[in-house]
Design a binder for this molecule. Structure first.
Ligand code: SAH
Length: 232
C-alpha cells in the first residue's frame, strides 16, 4: 500500500506543481505515492460559491467558513479514514524530520491548505485537524507549505530515492547538520578538496565527517546541539 495524500485547497491548479517533477514526480508516476486534490470551493452551495466571511468580533481579512471546509473534508475522507488530518498553519507544531519520518511510515495524510486570515476554529476542533507549521514566517496560503511537507515525506518512501540508505546519513537524521560535500575537480579556483577525503582511509573520513557535522551544528544551531547532548 502506497502513501496516499489528499489535499484540500482553493487553488487545485497549483498541484502537483513541483511535486510533479524530479524525484517526487517520478515516484508519483511509478505509483509509489498518490495525490488526490480537492477544490474546497466545489462544495460551496450558494450562488456565488462563497468560501469565506468576515471575522466575528471584527478585524481585517476574511475567514475560511467552517461549514464549507467541513463538507469538503467529509467529501474527501470518510470519518473512519485512518490518515492524520493536517492543517497547514503558522500556529502549528513546527514540522521536523522526526514527524516527516513518522508520516512516511503511515498510510498517508489529509492536508488542508488555509487561505485568508485562517480557518474558523470550530472546524479545526470539530474535524480534529492538527495544525502543522513549516517555519516561523507567514505565507499567503497553505499550498506551498503542503508541498514542502509532502516533498519531505515522499523522498523517504521506500523505492523513491536511488539508494535506500541515502536518507540515513543526512541533516537531522542523527540530530546533527550534515558535513560538507566535495566532488571533482581536485582543485577548483585554487581550493583543494580536504586531504582526508582523498586519503582512502574510511575510518579517518568517517571521523572527519562527524567532527565537521558536530562543529557545524554547534555553531549554526545551538538549539539542535543542546538536544543532541541531552541538555534540553
Ligand atoms: N493570520 C494567520 C496567517 C494566515 S496565512 C496568522 O497570523 O497565523 C494564510 C494561510 O497560509 C494559513 O491559513 C496557512 O494555511 C498558510 N500558512 C502561512 N504560513 C504558514 C506556515 N509558516 N506554515 C504552514 N502554513 C502556513
Amino acid at each position: 500500500m502506497s502513501f496516499a495524500a489528499t489535499v484540500l485547497t482553493l487553488y487545485p491548479e497549483m498541484f502537483p506543481g513541483p511535486l510533479g517533477a524530479s524525484l517526487a514526480g517520478r515516484a508519483l508516476e511509478r505509483g509509489l505515492w498518490s495525490l488526490a486534490v480537492h477544490d474546497i470551493r466545489a462544495v460551496a452551495t450558494d450562488r456565488h460559491r462563497t468560501v469565506d466571511d468576515t471575522p466575528s468580533g471584527g478585524g481585517l481579512g476574511m475567514v475560511l467558513k467552517a461549514d464549507v471546509l467541513a463538507s469538503a473534508i467529509d467529501a474527501a475522507a470518510p470519518a473512519d479514514d485512518p490518515r492524520p488530518r493536517l492543517l497547514m498553519s503558522p500556529r502549528g507544531v513546527p514540522l521536523d524530520q522526526a514527524r516527516v519520518r513518522a508520516l512516511a511510515a503511515g498510510p498517508g495524510a489529509l492536508v488542508v491548505c488555509g487561505r485568508f486570515e485562517g480557518v474558523d476554529q470550530r472546524v479545526i476542533d470539530g474535524r480534529g485537524l492538527e495544525e502543522v507549521s513549516i517555519g516561523d514566517y507567514v505565507l499567503s496560503g497553505g499550498e506551498l507549505a503542503a508541498m514542502v511537507l509532502l516533498d519531505a515525506v515522499v523522498r523517504l518512501l521506500p523505492g523513491v530515492m536511488g539508494k535506500e540508505a541515502s536518507g540515513e546519513d543526512e541533516s537531522f537524521s542523527h540530530g546533527l547538520l550534515e558535513y560538507p560535500h566535495y566532488t571533482r575537480p581536485a582543485v577548483w579556483e585554487g581550493r583543494a578538496i580536504p586531504d582526508v577525503l582523498v586519503s582512502g582511509d574510511h575510518g579517518r573520513i568517517a571521523r572527519w565527517r562527524s567532527e565537521q557535522a558536530e562543529a557545524l551544528t554547534r555553531h549554526r544551531r545551538p538549539d539542535l546541539w543542546r538536544k543532541v547532548r541531552g541538555e534540553d
